[in-house]
Design a binder for this molecule. Structure first.
Ligand SMILES: NC(=O)C1=CN([C@@H]2O[C@H](COP(=O)(O)OP(=O)(O)OC[C@H]3O[C@@H](n4cnc5c(N)ncnc54)[C@H](OP(=O)(O)O)[C@@H]3O)[C@@H](O)[C@H]2O)[C@@H](O)CC1
Ligand SMILES: [K+]
Length: 509
């Protein structure tokens, strides 16, 4: 498994544990890292006239000296440009001593046509914004349109946050080691990395397991074992029942999109819970999806009491205000729904259900902590996130990952912080970063479908964090595969081949 993401501190610890366990030592790891980069350079740029290796003062630079030595040994014209000598007696100093090329000062860096750059200035140890000669090198590489291969990370990108410190290289290829880092997936880092290649350098899976990483790249490896597949004795209510709340007569479409997505993701039964005055509109557009009036809290309580419901969606097209707050609190206080097979149910609050609590978010958070409160998944985009978690959103230092985690802990909810780099965070500290999304998904109603998929999976007994991660990935995969022309109506059907492939690949309980 390689879907864990390591912070720079965790990577340092992996390094330390590996060296302590032996037989490989620090320079051994560095030689393997440099070899992996050199192999990529040689295979991808066989006709490069000249390779310019930019080496920083730390171990990232040490990797660079190894690359330069191997390239020169392979007959490639290679120049080393350095921003400063390695610390004496360090592994990087050893790597520099083994490199036969006399380094030139980075301040003189220049390059001719058909050159490529190997960026080994700063990696995990980036500690301040790029400036001076390093910033000039970034500008020159961009101005000359030189292909850039980054060692571990493009210099200037924080491995923990994906933020740009000052300026950064925009790499065509980034070769990283042992496991990816959050900065390879979070924006803008992801865009600056180009293609990311993961190279094994002898840090074992057992070492990674000892670190108990809490951050993951979202993908089937994280949740496919929990993916629901119907049991032999399945009947519709055993496959879970989803209730989706509809807005008024002119705002019913969002709930139907969500309902359809819940049904397509495997819920055995789905009911649209509609205001009385929108029953006719909804009825005109529903076939396999059931319909029921829900005008007030008493209607919900009656419905919850008589049905074996397992998940609800509240928010899409529902409207902002007192009624929304009341419905949300009734659901959180219901002690239900219980999922069909495992007793685990869930609520998905999106859009208006989030915005309705902007003046008093603590009421929502307290309710989500109440005894028996069902698992809650909230799916805010950036604007909605800021309405509920204003102080967290305003923090310019924290990464999107940090923010989603802080919000999940505060709200006692799984937070799906949407965007091109959606982060899913659980109250227990686990978090996943999604990377299979496509711009085609940025279309009206797309989020309503995501809520529906999440509820569909929750209703079938999938745990909240896993259900949210799976829904995000399946939704993005469907959108990516569909491509141009995608509208939200297409998405519920577009998830079918994705689910089919997941089941065929052995997913499911
Ligand atoms: N861990 C592992 O398993 C393995 C790790 N490996 C490699 O090690 C790399 C991490 O090495 P690292 O810790 O030495 O940090 P690195 O990125 O070289 O930078 C530190 C130096 O740069 C300086 N500096 C920082 N920012 C600066 C700036 N903006 N402008 C100017 N200076 C700046 C900083 O200065 P200081 O903060 O001390 O003032 C310090 O001197 C990792 O990315 C990978 O490539 C591999 O060999 C395989 C095994
Ligand atoms: K680098």
């Amino acid at each position: 498994m390689s879907h864990e993401l390591l912070t720079s501190a965790e990577m340092g610890e992996a390094d330390r544990l590996t060296i302590a366990a032996g037989p490989i030592d620090g320079i051994g790891l560095m030689r393997r890292a440099g070899q992996a980069v050199a192999t990529e350079v040689l295979s991808r740029y066989p006709s490069a006239a000249h390779v310019h290796v930019l080496c920083g003062p730390g171990n990232n630079g040490g990797d660079g000296y190894v690359v330069a030595r191997i390239l020169a040994g392979s007959g490639v014209a290679t120049t080393v440009w350095t921003s400063g000598p390695p610390r004496p007696d360090s592994d990087a100093a050893l790597a520099a001593a083994e490199c036969p090329i006399k380094p030139r000062p980075l301040s003189d860096f220049d390059a001719g046509p058909c050159s490529i750059v190997v960026d080994a200035l700063y990696g995990a140890g980036l500690s301040k914004p790029l400036s001076g000669e390093a910033a000039r090198a970034v500008d020159l590489a961009a101005k000359l349109h030189l292909p850039v291969v980054a060692v571990d990370l493009p210099s200037g990108i924080s491995g923990d946050s994906g933020k740009v410190l000052g300026t950064s290289f925009s790499a065509d290829l980034t070769v990283t080691f042992a496991r990816k880092k959050p900065g390879h997936l979070l924006l803008p880092g992801r865009e600056r990395c180009g293609e990311v290649v993961l190279a094994g350098i002898g840090i074992g899976d057992d070492v990674i397991a000892r670190l108990q990483p809490q951050t993951f790249e979202n993908g089937p490896a994280l949740w496919s074992r929990g993916l629901p597949v119907p049991a032999v004795d399945a009947h519709k209510y055993k496959r879970g029942h989803v209730g989706v709340f509809s807005g008024g007569p002119s705002a019913t479409g969002a709930a139907r999109l969500s309902a359809l997505a819940a049904a397509r993701s495997g819920a055995g039964a789905v009911t649209v819970l509609s205001p009385g005055n929108a029953m006719q509109v909804n009825a005109a557009h529903l076939t396999s999806i059931m319909l029921r009036k829900a005008d007030d809290a008493a209607d919900i309580e009656a419905f919850v009491g008589e049905r074996r419901l397992s998940a609800f969606v509240l928010g899409p097209g529902f409207g902002i205000g007192e009624k929304t707050r009341a419905f949300a609190l009734v659901l959180l206080a219901s002690g239900k729904p219980a999922a069909a097979s495992t007793g685990i149910g869930g609520l998905v609050f999106d859009a208006d259900a989030i915005t309705s609590f902007r003046e008093a978010p603590d009421i929502l958070f307290e309710a989500a902590r109440g005894p028996g409160a069902p698992a809650l998944v909230m799916t805010p985009h950036e604007g909605e996130f800021a309405r509920l978690f204003a102080d967290i959103a305003d923090d310019n230092v924290s990464s999107k990952l940090d923010k989603a985690r802080a919000a999940a802990a505060r709200a006692n909810a799984v937070i799906v912080y949407k965007g091109a780099d959606t982060v899913i965070a659980a109250p227990d500290g686990r978090a996943a970063i999604n990377s299979n999304g496509a711009a085609w998904l940025a279309t009206a109603g797309s989020g309503d479908v995501l809520s529906g998929i999440t509820a569909g999976l929750l209703a079938q007994g999938m745990l909240a964090f896993e259900a949210a991660c799976a829904a995000v990935w399946i939704h993005a995969e469907a959108g990516s595969r569909f491509g141009p022309g995608l509208i939200a109506e297409d998405l519920p059907l577009a998830i079918v081949p994705v689910l089919r492939d997941l089941v065929a690949a052995g997913g499911g309980r």
